[in-house]
Design a protein around this ligand. Structure first.
Ligand code: ATP
Length: 889
């Protein structure tokens, strides 16, 4: 590797054939992208198809099915009855595996697309403009701009560095941030950690800002050369998914156990071995919920896609689920609850009235505005095509905007004043200081929160300043104070803070940042859904309180806690009182973690927003860490579970709704599949114990499970949320998915479905109706149709807790269509000669009628049960009134 750190800067720049002021041109970039390729690390190999197939085959449920296939083959050989049955079972197993692989592939693709959307971006100078591009597009020679919180996108030699420190732990293992110095030229060969005039790909800017020229990209970077670091793929399964996987396994083992049990009692009771093997196979097939895990995966990925369309990018799949459980949302104020479009509404030059309304500023007022602008890093630039580019922090952009309105230009100003030092703004210090060269010394300008600027005190003047400050804050304005100082000499660069003493107060500005229009409604919606919203801000308590009241966060009985009061509280005190506070003001990002933990100690599931480097620990500690897509640093994004691409609080509430919907759909899936599987088991067990023999053959069971359950069931992943989904309290994190009402419904429906199917079998197998029967195959055929149709119809029962007539067909057309198609397919399986393959017979119209009536009974019973479940008192009242009426008559 080239030793870029030991070269003279001019040489570096000329070797990389670039221009420090304008960056590369479009053509240069094109050429270099062709030459060097994308700035990416080689992506790990995708799982091969063979591996996927093997993975599917290693699943307990598939093994059960394969064993069933093998046994069925053995039986066919032994009995010499042809191989139709085992072949069909095998075909169904293969179909199941193919379906699983294709659907999982689809889900994976959706997640890959998401990863692409999550691609990190960086600031670069190209054709003279500062633009944000995807980091993968960088080429050697690009001039990059580094800010606190940036993840360094490539290896680069520093051109400028202001208090720049980088966390290089990912590369060197050194946990202390390394202070960088652009002016160094380092001789000899030194270790990466000592190359202080360089920055390295994938490390993090923890403080300051700077400019650098890209030296190496992609696999040529120091990080690219460390092999294998990319293979730490995260576990993509959610806790619920893992729980359901184990449920699937448990059911499979129960099936195996019951199969052996039946085999044993059957053999002892004198049944033939072959027949009992068939029963065992059937039972195993019946019990395995083949499509459960697939439908759950689909529900989750559908949820992810729905969230994307609502501007929430999920980074970690489990977040989809946790969002549904969220009970507290801790949100930043600026930009998330408010628009982050600041305008200066008051400008108070010491001693005067607010002067903003004056069309012309006097010289002193102009001076104050210029000093504010000099202490700002934001810029407003007009591109060649006339487009205006706003770069930087909203507070500072408001200052530059006013400066421009008054007819001044920031670039002109900067050419008049030579900046020699800067202590950048940070959310902890809540102020920033810049130092300029002057003829006879230096001019120090500090701007920031009034309570954070060390102003030489004159009590009388201070009283007035405080009064003005508070009057602005009470109007929900963000207040920035300006102070200056002239000095003869400045201290060493690492001791610049020594300058921030005894400053001379200049004035105040009050900035309005209106709440986002949709936020008030979103907070009310969250409240209705049992979710508490908490505001956390670095702003002044009065400003925060005024806005919080306006949007419905600070309500009757709730209080504001300031950062200093929080610092005085012990963790125990905070835990005990956390429910009293709706607003945390003048807090630092470091305080957020205490707030998260206090809520968590109360058993709440906490979502927390953040954008800066120092927010990362709180984002990780929260149950759902949410980073801002627009204003967030790469560090915050990397620490998050979800990114808001529009930085908007309302998006969080919408994502919660989607999360709840996913959870509901998974519940519906379980309700749907388990009833079918359990009723099949019940039928098999009952028939054996009653000595009825085999009601459904393994092939029939597989057809029902795959066509009757699987195909329509897949569409449950697309179910829209119930209307009242945001009117319920959040579900506790570890709450069992099997609530008493759900268990009740599963057992009831299982019983009803099993009974009607057994009746169908009995009629065919034991009775003569309309001159047909009794005949075992007729019984089996009738049972097959009844189980199939009741199963398919059951999907309409699970769609809503309310009556079927209230569910909309158009809300999930694929489900309705696929269910009706499958009803027809089942009829065709019996109507056409295909029936021979599956060991069925044709049936008479009277049997069709019986089957149709029996199949609809479970749905009718379910409708009545729902009326009772939803309003037991009403039923009692109705029954009471009815009995009274009869008595009176
Ligand atoms: P949040 O985004 O968490 O709601 P915030 O953005 O309002 O918080 P900070 O950015 O930490 O909080 O700002 C805190 C205080 O620092 C502000 O009230 C203001 O007085 C001051 N401040 C903000 N931006 C600047 C800036 N660019 N220069 C100087 N002072 C600033």
């Amino acid at each position: 590797m080239k030793k870029w750190y030991s070269e003279n800067l001019d040489k570096v720049v000329s070797q990389l054939d670039t221009n420090v002021e304008v960056g590369l041109t479009e053509n240069q970039v094109k050429d270099r992208q062709e030459k060097y390729g994308k700035n990416v690390f080689e992506v790990e190999q995708k799982t091969s198809l063979l591996k996927r197939i093997l993975h599917q085959l290693s699943d307990v449920s598939t093994i059960v099915l394969l064993v069933a296939t093998a046994l069925s083959f053995l039986l066919a050989i032994k009995e010499n009855e042809g191989f139709i049955e085992p072949i069909v079972i095998l075909a169904v197993v293969v179909l199941n595996v193919v379906l699983a692989i294709t659907q999982e592939g689809k889900a994976e693709k959706a997640l890959d697309a998401l990863a692409d959307m999550n691609a990190p971006s960086c600031l670069v100078l190209r054709d003279g403009m500062r633009i944000s591009i995807e980091a993968t597009e960088l080429v050697p020679g690009d001039i990059i701009i580094l800010e606190t919180g940036s993840v360094v996108p490539s290896d680069a030699r520093l051109l400028e560095a202001t208090s720049l420190s980088c966390d290089e732990a990912a590369l060197t293992g050194e946990s202390e941030p390394v202070e960088k110095d652009a002016s160094l030229i380092i001789d000899g060969t030194v270790a990466v950690g000592d190359q202080k005039n360089m920055v390295f790909s994938s490390t993090v800017v923890t403080a300051g800002h700077g400019k650098a020229v890209v030296t190496d990209t992609g696999m040529n970077t120091q990080m690219g050369q460390i092999a294998g670091h990319l293979n730490n793929s995260e576990n993509l399964k959610t806790p619920l998914q893992l729980r359901l996987d184990s449920l699937g396994r448990v059911i499979s083992w129960i099936a195996i156990g019951s199969a052996f049990f039946l085999l044993a009692i059957g053999l002892r009771g004198g049944s033939s071995f072959d027949e009992m093997i068939m029963v065992a196979i059937s039972l195993a097939v019946a019990a395995v919920p083949e499509t459960l895990s697939l439908i759950v995966t689909l529900s989750l990925t559908n949820g992810v896609q729905k969230m994307v369309s609502k501007n929430a990018l999920i980074r970690k799949l489990p977040a989809v689920e946790t969002l549904g459980n969220t009970s507290v949302i801790c949100s930043d104020k600026t930009g998330t609850l408010t628009q982050n479009k600041m305008t200066i509404q008051e400008l108070w030059f010491n001693k005067n009235q607010s002067v903003l309304t004056k069309s012309e500023f006097n010289a002193e007022e102009e001076q104050m505005l210029k000093q504010l602008a000099l202490a700002s890093n934001a810029s407003i630039e007009t591109k060649e095509d006339g487009q205006i580019q706003y770069i930087g922090d909203a507070t500072e952009l408001a200052i530059i905007s006013l400066l421009n309105d008054k007819g001044f230009d920031k670039k002109d100003l900067e050419s008049q004043y030579e900046k020699v030092a800067e202590i950048p703004f940070s959310s902890q210090r809540k102020r920033m200081t810049v130092v300029f060269n002057e003829d006879d010394g230096y001019l120090v300008i500090t701007k920031g929160a009034l309570d954070r600027i060390p102003i030489a005190r004159d009590e009388k003047q201070w009283e007035k300043i405080s009064e003005v400050h508070d009057s602005y804050a009470d109007k929900a304005l963000r207040v920035i104070a300006l102070a200056v100082k002239k000095v003869k000499e400045i201290p060493e660069m690492d001791n610049l803070e020594a300058l921030e003493t005894n400053m001379e107060f200049v004035g105040l500005i009050g900035l309005i940042d209106p709440p986002r229009p949709e936020v008030k409604e979103a907070i009310a919606k969250a409240k209705k859904a049992g979710i508490t919203t908490v505001m956390i801000t670095g702003d002044h308590a009065a400003t925060a309180a005024a806005i919080a009241k306006e949007i419905g966060i600070l309500t009757e009985g709730k209080k504001v806690l300031t950062g200093s009061a929080l610092a005085e509280m012990s963790d125990v005190e905070l835990n005990d009182t956390v429910r009293n506070y709706a607003v945390y003001a003048r807090v630092s990002p470091e305080d957020k973690i205490r707030i998260v933990e206090a809520w968590q100690a109360q058993g709440e599931v906490v979502a927390m927003t953040g954008d800066g480097v120092n927010d990362a620990p709180a984002l990780k500690a929260a149950d759902v860490g949410i980073a801002m897509g627009q204003t967030g640093t790469e560090v915050a994004k990397n620490a998050s579970d979800m990114i808001l691409t529009d930085d908007n609080f309302s998006t969080i509430v919408e994502a919660v709704e989607v999360g709840r919907n996913v959870y509901e759909n998974i519940k519906k899936t379980i309700l749907f599949l388990l009833v079918c599987n359990l009723s099949e088991i019940f039928i098999m067990l009952f028939a054996q114990i009653a000595g009825w023999g085999i009601v459904l053959t393994p092939v029939m069971l597989l057809l029902i499970n795959l066509l009757g359950d699987g195909i329509p069931g897949l569409q449950l992943a697309n179910e829209q949320s119930d209307e009242d989904i945001m009117a319920k309290k959040p579900i506790k994190r570890d709450a069992s998915i099997f609530t008493p009402s759900m268990l009740n419904m599963i057992l009831r429906q299982t019983l009803v479905c099993a009974i009607v199917s057994l009746i169908a079998f009995y009629i065919g197998d034991r009775m003569t109706v309309g001159g047909f029967g009794p005949d075992l195959v007729l019984g089996e055929t009738m049972a097959f149709l009844t189980v199939g149709w009741t199963s398919i119809l059951h999907i309409f029962n699970v769609r809503s807790k309310g009556s079927i007539k209230n569910t909309s067909i158009s809300a999930n057309k694929p489900l309705v269509y696929s269910a009706f198609t499958m009803i027809v397919v089942f009829a065709l399986l019996v109507l056409t000669p295909i029936r021979e393959i599956f060991g069925m017979t044709s049936i008479a119209p009277i049997h069709w009628l019986i089957i149709a009536v029996l199949s609809i009974i479970p749905t009718i019973i379910c409708e009545f049960a729902k009326i009772y479940d939803n309003n037991p008192n009403a039923i009692h009242r109705k029954t009471y009134n009815y009995i009274k009426k009869i008595k009176n008559n």
